[in-house]
Design a binder for this molecule. Structure first.
Ligand SMILES: C[S@@+](CC[C@H](N)C(=O)[O-])C[C@H]1O[C@@H](n2cnc3c(N)ncnc32)[C@H](O)[C@@H]1O
Length: 299
């Protein structure tokens, strides 16, 4: 990355506007690198995020960041930083609550009742952002199913963004993040205060294996999963990427496993190897049993 350093702050630019062709370049970049579809009419969001990135990286103006972006290697750090900056990372502890209740009250008791001695519970939080989702699952398991802690559970959390993964691995959250969804008794039990922030207890942190994984690129081998949380990420993808991701998820979900999507997301019309199951107030997805599955069309 070779920022054209300058003392001028992008915030002092008259109005850090992206040219139309710059936005078109970003739309193409995001689609190819992350499967993310940047809508027309949302230029102001990209402008705000990239102006902050330009400042952080020492570019004098948003325009100079864009010029470097278009001349540097697409495999370089600048492209990576831009993709990460434009991927929405909004998250919170126990976000939307119902999927966590479904996991606690139905999915895990069902799994435990069918458990065999050699079976480990595998849970994957794909697109984990700064970690609130996998930590919510870990805290719930420690509270309700402590018998799973010693070797009985494997919790994997992944994301495209290294910046988010670093934050997730650190397990340090601001007061604002803590105030979004974390029940007070859990704060007391599982966090220690460090200056203005809160740090998750080491035994919780070490329950989670953090990995970099771009869902829209080639897939690494994954253990068979009992539960996959894939929430609030499909909605940013174009239809082709959604199908690609769901097809790959189906290959690593156990036949009796559950896929949990975000509230506004569904497999319907995208992949008929799944069927929805209502669990209390959450809709989860299971693979259609082999004897009812339609042969997959080869694309
Ligand atoms: C809105 S957050 C959702 C976080 C969490 N799952 C939740 O529901 O609170 C979306 C996350 O998806 C990640 N993401 C976007 N595109 C991705 C991709 N192609 N592969 C993996 N992660 C991706 C972003 O970096 C971001 O952290």
């Amino acid at each position: 990355m070779s920022p054209a350093r300058s003392n001028r702050s992008p915030s002092r630019e008259a109005a850090p506007r992206l040219k139309r062709e710059h936005y078109a370049y970003l739309q193409d970049l995001m689609r190819r690198h992350a499967g993310i579809s940047l809508e027309g009419g949302k230029e102001y969001l990209a402008e705000a995020r990239l102006a902050a990135l330009a400042l952080q990286l020492g570019f004098g103006t948003l325009r100079s960041l864009m010029e470097s972006l278009q001349t540097e290697s697409e495999r370089g750090e600048l492209h990576r930083a831009v993709v990460e900056a434009l991927a929405i990372a909004e998250t919170s502890f126990f976000r939307d609550l119902h999927p966590f209740e479904a996991l606690k009250n139905v999915i895990l008791p069902e799994w435990l009742s069918g458990r065999t001695a050699d079976r480990c519970l595998n849970i994957w939080s794909a697109a984990c952002s700064s970690g609130q989702e996998p930590y919510s699952i870990a805290m719930m398991i420690r509270d309700r199913y402590p018998q799973l802690i010693a070797g009985g559970v494997r919790l994997i959390a992944s994301d495209l963004s290294n910046t988010m993964l670093e934050r997730a691995r650190a397990g340090v959250f601001t007061k604002i993040e803590i105030n979004r969804g974390l029940p007070a008794p859990m704060l007391v039990r599982y966090f220690t205060q460090t200056d203005q922030n809160w740090r998750i207890r080491e035994d919780l942190r070490s329950m989670i294996e953090f990995r970099e994984h771009n869902l829209a690129a080639s897939w690494p081998s994954m253990p068979f999963m009992d539960v996959i949380f894939l929430r609030n990420v499909l909605l940013y993808f174009d239809a082709e990427t959604r199908r690609f991701v769901l097809r790959n998820i189906a290959k690593c979900l156990r036949p009796d496993g559950y896929l949990v999507l975000g509230g506004g997301e569904t497999t319907l019309t995208l992949d008929d190897s799944y069927e929805p199951v209502q669990i209390d107030r959450a809709v989860c997805y299971r693979l259609v049993p082999a004897d009812r599955a339609r042969p997959r069309k080869v694309a």
